[in-house]
Design a binder for this molecule. Structure first.
Ligand SMILES: [Zn+2]
Length: 112
């Protein structure tokens, strides 16, 4: 049987781990769910009744994934739109395009 790994019990970089719910094959635990997990099951509103040794994905009763919010500033730079992520062009990242949509798409391509 596969063993519960460190990433089934702890969040890596304080952010995400792997779902520790055992998957069964022929009546024996064969592997783990391994879907991205963002914490332990929420006791107050338990959605999954099975055995959860550590972290759990949303489908197995764990918390929903955190949503990262970013601010993008849109401006007209000459005849091009500039979509800026960060304080300024020197320190942040920028995308350019003939339309605001193209500028944002250009920025998304280079964002980490
Ligand atoms: Zn799972």
């Amino acid at each position: 049987m596969a063993r519960c790994g460190k990433y089934h019990r702890e969040l890596v970089l304080g952010f995400a781990g792997r779902c520790s719910v055992p998957m069964w094959q022929g009546g024996v635990p064969a592997d783990f769910c391994d879907d991205p997990a963002f914490g332990r099951p929420e006791e107050r509103q338990r959605r999954y009744e099975g055995y959860v040794p550590g972290l759990a994905c949303y489908g197995h009763g764990g918390p929903s994934p955190p949503i990262k919010t970013v601010s993008i500033t849109l401006s007209l730079d000459g005849d091009q739109y500039c979509a800026l992520y960060g304080e300024n062009i020197q320190e942040g990242q920028a995308g350019f395009g003939d339309t605001p949509k193209q500028a944002i798409q250009d920025l998304i391509k280079i964002m980490p």
